[in-house]
Design a protein around this ligand. Structure first.
Ligand SMILES: [Zn+2]
Length: 440
């Protein structure tokens, strides 16, 4: 009798496990079915350009990927093919296609009973392909990235990654990669760079929030200082210098002192809250994460971190949305790659008051340091960066900011690798792209 009781108990347990398992599967099927069905391996939906049936156009209706004689055809213009390669993807599947990914995520429907269905048979991207071509040409062969988006709607107008190539004649990289280092990577979405002085905007925002008398403090720059045995060198000998001018002149001595005043905990928490060294997600895409880590850092490390060096890393797309947030009174607008589809409202990254003060300082950077005449007609607010990337290597040139102009609400990021001065090299690329954009 005992044996029978034991067996029936075992049967009940088994039945219970099966029921729970089935229930779990049904639950997962209903809640996760779409992501299973549109998983990247389902290449006819979201994967390789080769097997895709989706026609892709730019925001002006220019064909970027269409069907021709049963094959996939790119634009007739080689400059457009090259500058949109990291958005569309290549024929061999080496380069991930953000375009096909957002199509599967946003324009493919899913029904638990009938499976996947397309809500559209073509995709019109938010990109202006002509602008991408101009941006690629402005990089003049340097590796790097140029991104521009509308910080009100989130639409990405320009996303260029260099080096690139013509998908109709891919390079043979089996022997050497010279000139093609990291060519399969979309540097805008999937890289993390040392930010250098563009990071001073984050340190400045934290100082505005934390240090009551920051705008009346005076710092003394003697060209260098030593903290915890580390020599921190400035780009000049600035003498007595205030906060606003310290940002405009990108004074390392002043920002080292500001970072030390803030301390690791406050600066670390602030960076975490703004998410500027994290990654962002939109329309099924995820940007690479950056880095900000002051664990075990001494005073010298903390100073370098506040200046944007040390182990700091940022993703260009994430930084661009931070620029948009400064322009938007502190509120982040997530990007969108689809024409007419707004990006999601993000978080309030910094307070409206801090955003307003930072905006004024970024406008002052241009008038006081970079030269308004280098950006004719543009209401530009910006910060340059010249990021040191190892001894002997020419630094990366950065320029990031936005137009404070309701008719042209664009935020941007430019990185030209190993190109030297941020404001001269990357600033000039930004001007070329923004001039073309506001005139279009
Ligand atoms: Zn200085």
């Amino acid at each position: 009798m005992k044996k029978v009781a034991r067996r029936s108990a075992a049967a009940v347990i088994l039945a219970a496990v099966l029921t729970i398992g089935l229930g779990y599967f049904v639950f997962m099927y209903v809640t996760e079915g779409k992501s299973w069905a549109t998983y990247y391996a389902n290449s006819h939906l979201s994967g390789a350009v080769q097997s895709s049936t989706v026609d892709v156009y730019d925001r002006n209706g220019l064909p970027l990927l269409t069907a021709a004689d049963g094959k996939r055809a790119y634009s007739d213009d080689p400059g457009i093919r090259m500058s949109t390669l990291h958005t569309i993807g290549d024929l061999d599947g080496y380069i991930f296609s953000p375009a096909l990914k957002v199509f599967s995520e946003e324009l493919t429907g899913y029904n638990p009973f009938s499976g996947v269905s397309s809500r559209a048979d073509s995709l019109t991207l938010s990109l202006d392909a002509g602008l991408c071509k101009i941006a690629l040409s402005a990089l003049k062969g340097a590796a790097g990235t140029v991104g521009v988006y509308n910080y009100k709607t989130g639409e990405i107008l320009c996303m260029v990654s260099s080096p690139t190539y013509d998908p109709y004649s891919p390079p043979d990289l089996s022997e050497s990669e010279v000139g093609y280092e990291g060519v399969y990577v979309n540097r805008f979405l999937s890289s993390a760079y040392v930010p250098g002085s563009v990071f001073k905007l984050v340190t400045a925002a934290c100082a505005i929030d934390t240090i009551d008398d920051i705008f009346t403090q005076k710092f003394v720059c003697r060209g260098s200082l030593t903290l915890s045995g580390q020599k921190i060198v400035c780009n000049n000998v600035h003498g007595e210098i205030g906060f606003k001018t310290a940002l405009a002149k990108s004074c390392n001595a002043a920002f080292a002192e500001i970072a030390v005043q803030l301390g690791s905990d406050i600066l670390g928490d602030f960076v975490e809250d703004t998410g500027v060294c994290g990654g962002i997600g939109f329309q099924g895409l995820k940007t690479s994460s950056g880095n900000f880590d002051l664990n075990g850092a001494n005073t010298g490390d903390l100073a370098w971190a506040g200046i944007g060096q040390y182990t700091n890393l940022v993703n260009p797309c994430t930084l661009m949305t931070f620029m948009g947030a400064i322009a938007n009174g502190g509120e982040q607008r997530l990007p969108s790659l689809i024409a007419g589809m707004e990006g999601k409202k993000g978080e309030q990254l910094i307070s409206p008051v801090t955003a307003g003060l930072l905006k004024e300082m970024m406008a002052n950077n241009v008038t006081q340091s970079y030269g308004s005449s280098n950006f004719p007609g543009l209401k530009i607010c910006a910060k340059s960066g010249t990021a040191e990337v190892g001894s002997g290597a020419n630094p990366h040139a950065w320029f990031a900011g936005f137009l404070d102009d309701p008719n042209n609400p664009y935020a941007f990021v430019v990185i030209s690798e190993h190109s030297g001065s941020g404001s001269e090299v990357a600033g000039s690329i930004a001007n070329t792209v923004l001039q073309a954009l506001v005139k279009s």
